[in-house]
Design a protein around this ligand. Structure first.
Ligand SMILES: C[S@@+](CC[C@H](N)C(=O)[O-])C[C@H]1O[C@@H](n2cnc3c(N)ncnc32)[C@H](O)[C@@H]1O
Length: 272
């Protein structure tokens, strides 16, 4: 998809600016672990945080966490609301800047990674697919778009990893005290999946199986909810293509209350 003309109005609409400290900690940790190597390997790695909201907080946190794994990374926070850009500007520093813009991504070179959290959920389903396509087309070769949704306090989140070619992974992540059953994560599904959580769709079958695995793994709960989650994931792996090894899978990730699947395992039967 071509880039919209450079000098025009930012592409998109101003939406609610809700954000908060550590709201995106779970996905920051995943990005650093899974895509740290990509950022280290890139020549002048650029990361965009699209739609950072009413304060600079989550962009600064992303910058701090990524600098630990990729010391030369540059992060640009992009917001479509000029007032929110003005609020963030005083927090600029070497390697971290904020600017006005939208889905057209007004940055000097193609980003290695774009993070957009709690942004597309406020658009329609068909628009979400369209903006996925636009954002993918703006990535550097081999780059990644991480698009997701979290609860307000960040204890539950679901995100999709996309390459320039299309969606690749979906990750479910929750603090162990933040849900009763894994399907409680359904209210955090990205816009492209949330309306597909109905019988007959893969995402619905997966969440039902996850609930079942969680229910039959209850005896492991005597050793704590982490052990119960690990047992549930191992059970699920018998019938779902759970990546068994790092960076996407393996006990080191699952014990965080995380589970990543290939996108094709849950993709909708038809795209709107
Ligand atoms: C709910 S806040 C999310 C803030 C932060 N990402 C978080 O998860 O805590 C969504 C923000 O995205 C902004 N936004 C919506 N569409 C956008 C677009 N096309 N380009 C840039 N920002 C956008 C809104 O103005 C709003 O400030």
């Amino acid at each position: 998809m071509p880039r919209p003309a450079g000098s025009g109005k930012p592409v998109g609409t101003v939406t609610r600016g809700t954000t908060g400290h550590n709201r995106l900690r779970r996905s920051d940790r995943w990005i650093a672990a899974v895509h740290g190597g990509l950022l280290r390997a890139a020549d002048r790695p650029l990361v965009v945080d699209l739609g950072y909201g009413a304060s600079h907080t989550t962009t600064l946190e992303l910058f701090t966490r990524l600098r630990r794994v990729a010391p030369t990374v540059e992060v640009v926070g992009i917001e479509i609301d000029p007032a929110r850009v003005a609020v963030a500007k005083p927090y600029e520093r070497e390697g971290l800047s904020f600017r006005l813009g939208g889905f057209e991504l007004p940055v000097p070179r193609p980003p290695t990674l774009v993070r957009a959290f709690n942004v597309l959920r406020q658009y329609g389903e068909a628009e979400a697919w369209r903006y996925w396509d636009l954002l993918r087309s703006e990535l550097a070769p081999g780059g990644v778009l991480v698009e997701g949704t979290s609860s307000e306090n960040g204890r539950r989140a679901v995100w999709v990893g996309l390459s320039p070619e299309g969606p690749r992974t979906v990750t479910f992540s929750a603090r162990f005290d933040a849900f009763e059953r894994p399907s409680d994560l359904a209210d955090r599904l990205p816009k492209t999946l949330i309306h597909r959580n109905v019988p007959g769709e893969r995402i619905h079958a997966f969440l039902s199986d996850f609930d079942h695995a969680w229910a039959v793994s209850v005896p492991y709960g005597v050793h704590g909810l982490r052990q119960r989650w690990l047992a549930s994931v191992q059970l699920l792996a018998r019938s779902w293509p759970v990546p068994p090894r790092p960076p996407l899978g393996g006990a080191a990730r699952w014990r965080l209350g995380e589970l990543t699947l290939p996108w094709t395992a849950v993709s909708p039967s038809q795209v709107v």
